[in-house]
Design a protein around this ligand. Structure first.
Ligand code: PLP
Length: 387
C-alpha cells in the first residue's frame, strides 16, 4: 500500500528517521554514562517503546497513571511517573501495578507526599519517590537553591511508606528560545548547563543534610532541546544518572526553530488533502486542508508564525517556498500561497506539525512509512489516557 492510498488526515512516521533518532539519543546516553528513560507521552505507542528498549533504553517515563497502566500492561517493568501523583484513586491504581513493575513517581510538596505516605504505609509498602526540582522552568518542583527545599526533602525522607531515591527535573524553559542577542545554540547550551549544574548543586546540598548518597542517589533530567547540548559532569561525587527526553523520537517544527533538530530529523508528518480553494480580495490563493486544530493542534510554542511546515518535497523534507499554514479552525487548515498555488483541490499536502506530542494525541493510529510506501500501521495505544 502507498501513502497516497491512505484516507486523510493521517499521521505518518518515516521509519528511517525514527530509527536514526532512536540511535542518536541512545548514543548521547551511552556517551554520558546515563540511563535513557524515554518519556512515552510523545509516541504513546507500545511498538515504539519496545524499539527504544531494543536500542538500550532502561525503563520508561510517563506523566499519567493511565499511561503507566498501558505500558505495564504491555510488560514494561520499570515505569516512572515524572509527575506529582495526588489523589487516593491514583495511588490505588498504581498499587495495582506494583506487583508487576517497579513504579516510581514524583513528589514536590509535603502535603502530596504525606497523602502518598499514609496510603502506602497503610498497605505496608515502601515505594520509590523522586523529589521534583524546578531548575528554571517555573512549573512544579521545589527551588533548586533554597534551604526550604532541603527542609522539604528532609520532611519527605522522614515519612513512612516512601523512599526518597532521587531528584528529577524537566528544563521546560529550553522551549522559551534564545534571550536577546543569544544564538539558538548558545540558548540550548545555557539551559542544558543550568539543568545539569543546578541538579548537581542541589544533590550536594542534600548530601550535606545526610539525605543523598552519591553511590545510589538518582539524578534525573531531561528535555529534548537540552539533550542536544548535554554533557555529564561530576560535583561532590554526584553525576547525572538518567535522561528522559520524549519528543526526540519524532522532533517537530518547534524543535527545528530551537536548533535542537533539522527538518530532516522530523520523523512525524501529517498527510492532508486540499478540500477547497478560493482567491481572497487581494488576489491571493487560499487553500483549505482537511486537517485543522483537531489534528495539528493550535500549539505554537515560541514560534512566531504558522501552525506547521508545509513540505514541497516530502521525500527530501524540503519546505514549500511560499505555502504557509497561517490559520486553523477546528476541521480546516488555512493555507495562503503568495504568488499563486501550483496545487489545488484533491491534491495531497504533507505537514511537519509544530508539536509532535500533542498532534499524536489527536489520532487513533499512525502509519510507519518508508518513502511513499506504508510498511505498518500501529495504534496510539495510550491515546486518551489523560487520567
Ligand atoms: C517531566 C517531564 N520530563 C520529560 C519530558 C520530556 O521532554 P521533551 O518533551 O522535551 O522531550 C517532559 C515534557 O514535557 C516533562 O514534562
Amino acid at each position: 500500500m502507498f501513502v497516497d492510498e491512505l484516507s486523510t488526515p493521517c499521521l505518518l512516521v518515516e521509519q528511517s528517521r525514527l530509527e536514526r533518532n532512536l540511535t542518536c539519543m541512545q548514543k548521547v546516553a551511552d556517551a554520558n554514562g546515563v540511563a535513557l528513560r524515554p518519556h512515552a507521552k510523545t509516541h504513546k505507542s507500545i511498538a515504539i517503546a519496545r524499539r527504544q528498549r531494543e536500542h538500550g533504553a532502561r525503563g520508561l517515563t510517563v506523566a499519567k497513571v493511565g499511561e503507566a497502566e498501558v505500558f505495564v500492561g504491555a510488560r514494561f517493568d520499570d515505569v516512572r511517573l515524572a509527575y506529582p501523583v495526588v489523589g487516593q484513586d491514583k495511588h490505588e491504581r498504581l498499587l495495582r501495578l506494583m506487583d508487576r513493575a517497579r513504579v516510581s513517581f514524583c513528589v514536590d510538596t509535603v502535603d502530596g507526599a504525606r497523602a502518598a505516605s499514609s496510603f502506602y504505609a497503610a498497605h505496608d509498602m515502601t515505594v520509590d519517590v523522586l523529589l521534583e526540582v524546578d531548575t528554571g522552568h517555573g512549573r512544579c518542583g521545589v527551588g533548586w537553591n533554597g534551604g526550604r527545599s532541603v527542609r522539604t526533602a528532609q520532611q519527605i525522607a522522614a515519612l513512612p511508606g516512601l523512599r526518597l531515591v532521587g531528584i528529577l527535573t524537566h528544563a521546560g524553559h529550553a522551549y522559551h528560545g534564545p534571550q536577546k542577542d543569544e544564538t539558538p545554540e548558545a540558548a540550548l547550551a545555557r539551559v542544558a548547563a543550568e539543568e545539569r549544574d543546578r541538579m548537581l548543586a542541589f544533590a550536594v546540598r542534600l548530601h550535606e543534610a545526610g539525605l543523598a548518597d552519591p553511590e545510589t542517589f538518582e539524578i534525573s533530567i531531561g528535555s529534548t532541546p537540552t539533550m542536544a547540548a548535554f554533557e555529564n559532569a561530576e560535583r561532590g561525587g554526584f553525576r547525572i544518572t538518567e535522561i528522559r527526553p520524549g519528543n526526540y523520537v519524532y522532533y517537530d517544527a518547534m524543535q527545528v526553530s530551537l536548533g535542537a533538530a533539522t527538518l530532516d530529523d522530523c520523523a512525524l508528518t501529517v498527510e492532508a488533502t486540499v478540500v477547497s480553494q478560493h482567491r481572497d480580495r487581494s488576489g491571493q490563493d487560499r487553500l483549505y486542508l482537511d486537517a485543522g486544530k483537531k489534528v495539528l493542534t493550535a500549539d505554537t510554542g515560541a514560534l512566531t508564525e504558522g501552525y506547521g511546515i508545509i513540505l514541497y518535497n516530502p521525500a527530501d523534507m524540503v519546505p514549500h517556498p511560499h505555502a504557509r499554514l497561517t490559520g486553523l479552525s477546528e476541521e480546516h487548515g488555512w493555507v495562503t500561497v503568495p504568488g499563486g498555488a501550483t496545487f489545488g483541490v484533491g491534491d495531497r499536502v504533507r505537514i511537519v506539525p509544530n508539536h509532535a506530542c500533542v498532534t499524536v494525541h489527536t489520532q487513533d493510529r499512525f502509519y510507519l512509512v518508508d518513502d511513499g510506501e506504508v510498511m505498518d500501521e500501529h495504534p496510539v495505544d495510550a491515546r486518551g489516557r489523560s487520567v
